[in-house]
Design a protein around this ligand. Structure first.
Ligand code: NAD
Length: 439
């Protein structure tokens, strides 16, 4: 099929590359000319496992092209996917202006029947609004379909190629059938393609993200309760997660969720609820717990150093919002770095993929180190904010030797309490007893 993907960010680029890999002819379109230039020069502008290889393979086959020229992008597509950002407005609602602007351009360009499929996360009723926009500008049949994306950064390519399910929300049976056929190569392991109403599909994506965020905020609240009552949350987590009705996924306490999805999607859904006259008590609580959780490590650090952080140096391992990505959007590490800098502390950072983006944000205010132990040199404490695999089994003796003070604040509960004691490291995890605590 001839496919155009509007937006070549985390979702658009992965979707375009995966769709090209099954034989479709794909054009990736973006208003960011710099990004398109880099893509056309064979560069992968984001870090996502397996993506660079997929892009290179598809570029060779000629099935995946990139353009910043709207005429070229919309010459004769059968399906146009929208993977444009939907950032939060100050009131928490999703900013759909870029999507609507693109829909107008689409209506002005296409000359034959076209399916407009939204991969972007959009509030219920957005498909109806898109339909009104395109129908107001053209007589060419454009079928608006919702096809929310469930990929996770860090395993996006694999998630797209082997989804748990594909959701298609369509009011037109033929359009639904086209989307179904397009996705068949990705569900050969018998995962379902769920066809539903467009509005239900839009709601499903928000409900799924809000549910996952709720689990995280729930276990974080329990972790704080454990901290206050001298209970080890790890024991509680095991006791809960082994219940098959509960399970372990998204039940890991930490320093809060970040990223470009959970924070904004929970708020956008709460906004939809308010507009519909419903008080989103739970969604607001999920959001507020998470906001507070991003301060928990800071509070522990202040308490440990008696509120005197100036002249201290903190080494960060991990600054991205999750492992296996270079994405810093809403990352808990950024809030902590801001707080420490404001208190006059020095920050040194190591991250396997996020340093370039960190430099772009902080310039010289944070020193960046490609080598993890180099970041520890002269630091009064290590702060772990992202659970990258390579941080799980470090050389503890070398850590102790390199740090000025052998103290670890762990926002991801990576280390074993016994190992911390054995290596003489003072350890401050979340919801677990502090080891070697000299209050
Ligand atoms: P992103 O910021 O990485 O990419 C968005 C891209 O859209 C950018 O390259 C931007 O230049 C481009 N763009 C903006 N306006 C445009 C226009 N008018 N025409 C063409 N391109 C335009 O965003 P993302 O993380 O890929 O997310 C995109 C959407 O997918 C959002 O709605 C997000 O909520 C949703 N989503 C994201 C993820 C994820 O893990 N990142 C997962 C599922 C769904």
């Amino acid at each position: 099929m001839r496919i155009t993907v509007a937006g070549t960010g985390y979702v658009g680029l992965v979707s375009g590359a995966c769709l090209a890999s099954t034989g479709n002819n794909v054009i990736g379109y973006d208003i960011d000319k710099g990004k398109i230039e880099r893509l056309n020069a064979g560069e992968c502008p984001i870090f996502e496992p397996g993506l660079a290889e997929l892009l290179a393979g598809n570029a060779q086959s000629g099935r995946l092209q990139f353009t910043a020229d709207i005429d070229e992008a919309l010459t004769s597509p059968e399906i146009v996917f929208v993977a444009i950002g939907t950032p939060p407005r100050p009131d928490g609602s999703a900013d759909l202006s870029q999507i609507f602007a693109f829909a107008e351009q689409l209506a002005d360009h296409v000359t034959g029947p076209t399916i407009l499929a939204t991969k972007s996360t959009v509030p219920v009723g957005t498909g109806d609004r898109l339909e009104r926009i395109v129908r107001g500008r053209t007589k060419v049949p454009i079928h608006v379909v919702s096809n929310p994306e469930f990929l996770k950064e860090g395993s996006a390519v694999n998630d797209f190629l082997k989804p748990d399910r594909v959701v298609v929300g369509a009011e037109d049976e033929e359009a639904a059938q086209v989307l179904r056929e397009l996705h068949l190569p990705f569900v050969r392991n018998n995962r379902p393609i769920l066809v539903m109403s467009r509005r239900a599909s839009e709601m499903t994506k928000y409900a799924a993200n809000a549910c996952l965020a709720t689990r995280i905020s729930f276990i974080n609240e329990i972790a704080n309760l454990c901290d206050a009552t001298g209970v080890d949350v790890e024991e509680v987590r095991r006791g809960m997660g082994t219940d098959q009705r509960i399970g372990f996924q998204f039940l890991y306490p930490g320093c809060g969720y970040g990223g470009s999805c959970f924070p904004k999607d929970v708020q956008a859904l709460a906004h939809v609820a308010r507009e519909a006259g419903i008080n989103p008590i739970l969604l607001d609580a999920v959001h507020n717990v998470n906001k507070a959780q991003k301060n928990v490590l800071y509070a522990k650090i202040r308490r440990r150093f008696n509120d005197a952080l100036h002249d201290l140096t903190f080494a960060f391992w991990g600054v991205t919002f999750k492992p296996a990505t270079d994405d810093l959007r809403e990352a808990p590490a950024l809030i902590l770095i801001d707080q420490l800098l404001q208190d006059g502390a020095t920050v040194r950072a190591h991250d396997p993929a996020g340093l370039e983006n960190l430099k772009a944000l902080y310039g010289d205010r944070v020193s960046c180190h490609a080598e993890p132990y180099e970041a520890l040199s002269g630091a009064d404490a290590l702060v772990v904010c992202t659970e990258w695999n390579e941080f799980r089994s470090p050389e503890f003796a070398r850590m102790k030797e390199t740090l000025r003070q052998p103290i670890i604040f762990d926002g991801r509960n990576l280390y074993d309490l016994g190992a911390m004691k054995r290596h003489g490291l003072e350890y401050h995890p979340i919801g677990r007893p502090t080891t070697n605590w000299k209050a």
